[in-house]
Every structure is written in C-alpha cells, then in structure tokens.
Design a protein around this ligand. Sequence first.
Ligand SMILES: C[S@@+](CC[C@H](N)C(=O)[O-])C[C@H]1O[C@@H](n2cnc3c(N)ncnc32)[C@H](O)[C@@H]1O
Ligand code: SF4
Length: 414
Amino acid sequence: MIQSVKAALYLHFPYCRSRCTYCDFNAYTDGGELARSQYIEALCTDIERTGQERRYQIQTVFCGGGTPSLHSAAELARVLDTCRASFDFRPGEVTLEANPGTVSLEQLRGLRQAGFNRISLGVQTFRSHLLERLNRIHSAHEVEQAVDWARQAGFDNLSLDLIYGLPGQTQDDWRDTLNRALQLSPQHLSIYQLTVEPGTHLEAQLRNREIQLPHEDATWKMDRWVRRRLRTAGMVRYEVSNWSLPGYHARHNMVYWKDLPYLGLGCGATGFINGWRVRRLLHPHAYQQAIAHGAVPLASAERRDSEGALRDCLMMGLRTRRGVCLSSLGRRFPDLQQKTLEAFFQGLPANWWFIRGNRLRLTSKGSDFVSSVCEEMMDVRLLQPAQPALADPGLSLTKNRALSGAEIAPALAP
Ligand SMILES: C[S@@+](CC[C@H](N)C(=O)[O-])C[C@H]1O[C@@H](n2cnc3c(N)ncnc32)[C@H](O)[C@@H]1O
Ligand code: SF4
C-alpha cells in the first residue's frame, strides 16, 4: 500500500482590491472577475497535478493572499472540492484570510458550508483616520459587521490581524483598537509591529517626510501594553506575534514553526516537502502560462542541507512558547556541537533565554530580540565540520521561467 505523506496545505490567492501602503506581499490589484476565475482554474489544475504526483494526507489548509475573500463562495468551494478529489483530505482546520471590505453574510454562509471553519480577518486598526492613511478599503464598522456575519454563518474560530507602531498612531489609538478587538471576542489575535518594507508606498512617504513613525519608546510602550492587556483577557502568547485563547492556536502555522512538511500551491507559494524547499512562479500570469503548457510552475527548488535544517529548527522553535526541545534536537542532529550552541547562548544576556525541562526558550525580553538572535546564529557553525555535505541537487534559482522536467525531477521524486 502506498504510504501517504502528512502535510499542511497553503493556497495563495494573489488579487486585492487595492494595495495597502505598507504591504509587499505577492498581491496584484489588476484582477477583475475574469482574471480571478481564470486563476481559480489554474490553481485547481495545480492541485490536481500535485495530487497525482504523490499521495498527500492534508491535515490543515490555509488560504492566504492577497485577498482570498475577493473570490465568490462558489469559486472557493470549487478549490476545496478539488482538494477533496486530489488528496487524502481530512483537515481539522481550514482557514480563509479575509478582508472585512470584501465579505457578505451570504458568501460567509457559503464558505462555512463549503468546509471552511476558521476566518482570519485583516483589521489592522479601528481608527478611521489610520485606516484611510493605510489605504485600507474598509471602515471599523465593516470590521464589526464582518465579525457578526461570520458568527451568524457559523464560524466559531475567528482571528483578527492588528498592527501597531503605525505612523501617527497614539497610545490612545492603540488601546482603543485592542479594546475594540477584544470586545469582538476573537479566539485568536495576530499582532504585528509595523515593518517598513522596501519599495512600498509607506517607505516613500517616510522618506519624503510626509509621515513619521512613532518614537521607539512609544512603540515599546504599545508592545508592553499588549502583553498586559491580553494576559488579563486570558490569551496566551504562543508565538512572537500570535496570541490565542487556550486551545485556539493556529494549527496550520504550528506546522511552519515545528518545521513539518507543507505544500504551497498557487503563484509565489512556497512548499517544503522531503527536505526540498520549492517556490512557485511569482506572477499569476507566468504561473497560469506554465500550467497551461503542462509544466510544473516552479521558480526554484533547493535542497536544504543539515546545517540549514538545524538552523530552521532553532529559529522557528525560538519564536514559539514551546521553544526548542534539546534532546529531540540532539537525536535529529547527532553532529550538533552542543558546546558551540551553549557558548552562543551564554554570550547573550542572561535574561533573554532559559532552559526548563530540556527545552530552550526565549524569555519575554528575549522575544523582543528574536530577529537579531536568529541573525547572529547564522554566523555560527553548529554542526561538526566533518558533516558530509548532501549531494548538490544541481538546481539553480530561476525567477522568470518554469523549471524543466529534468531540473525538478529530484524535488518531486517520491
Ligand atoms: C496577507 S495579509 C491579510 C489578509 C488581507 N490581505 C488583508 O490585508 O485584510 C496578512 C497580514 O500581515 C500583516 N502585515 C502585512 N504587511 C505588514 C507590514 N509591513 N508590517 C506589519 N504587518 C504586516 C497584516 O496584519 C495583514 O493582515
Ligand atoms: S489587502 Fe492584504 S494582501 Fe492586499 S495589499 Fe492589503 S495587506 Fe496586502
């Protein structure tokens, strides 16, 4: 009997109604109804062909974007039906990322019926002047409306995304936003500090001094307040940017953080299966063209070596509340230089990390510096030098064309 590979499934939906000033995601605003339905056709073909390659047992699904909720319930139901027909499909969690300006009660009812059981709403802020400044397409009232509709449609697992450290955002703005979010009783909150991504409109506005970021101390104060407020609301910070009521952590995201296999389908999606990191063509048109020509729409496929695998395990694990289990790490990587790892952590401030029950974890203070810890760890060789390098897969990174069958064969081999 053919053994199935357990995996999570990420599906990418690239179209948005308009571009938010801070966003550098793989998103496009030039897709009308026709473009969107053509994209769904290509995505379904991708799903079917991937299902023919190998038997995958899908355990969680995350439909992200872009704005997946720009699609009709019928289109999204077709995508899930194609998954049912192509995979051993028994996900416990099926999430749809939704923009509050693009949903209706009828659509949400259709989505719940189709099999979605979790909605993640991009809210960002409840202050209307900030929503406008970020070029969001919805009002605070529409967020409340969307949550109400989601509940009416039968969704009892709801997540809201919020951003702090926005230009012009005061402590009052932020407290009001978090309080209004909590009044909606979400099971999960993703709370991000604003990142100024190169090439975004936000970056240009800051460069031209049209707007200003809050002072570092003010952003720090917002972050401290989140921790106090959410703790009193009974939420647990199970990852650097993610909080949930007990039992409601995002199962799909835990797959990334635990370094388990996942498929990534749709334009620009990344998957990680069998030690191979594969990325699909970025632009929806290039992706659709490759699919139409019968090619696997891959832009790159890279074999991760042991040092890379170890680093990923550490970096992802340190982002979570569970931390990294040192004994499993030692079993999985017998050539791990424990002393080098110890020396690296001894070199960090003592109040940034601790070990309890054989688990290495960052403290709340250390979590503030998770990115610098990970960056510094990149410079340290953690495996014995004698570790033999894995065979070079002979694949190179290509951006604008689909890889040929011969090039990708090793990445797709069962
Ligand atoms: C793909 S988007 C969410 C869904 C939908 N596209 C929306 O915006 O409503 C994922 C989330 O990432 C966060 N995000 C995106 N760009 C960010 C940035 N530059 N800094 C901080 N958070 C960001 C936002 O909270 C956003 O809701
Ligand atoms: S709606 Fe979401 S994906 Fe689209 S531009 Fe805004 S933040 Fe980015």
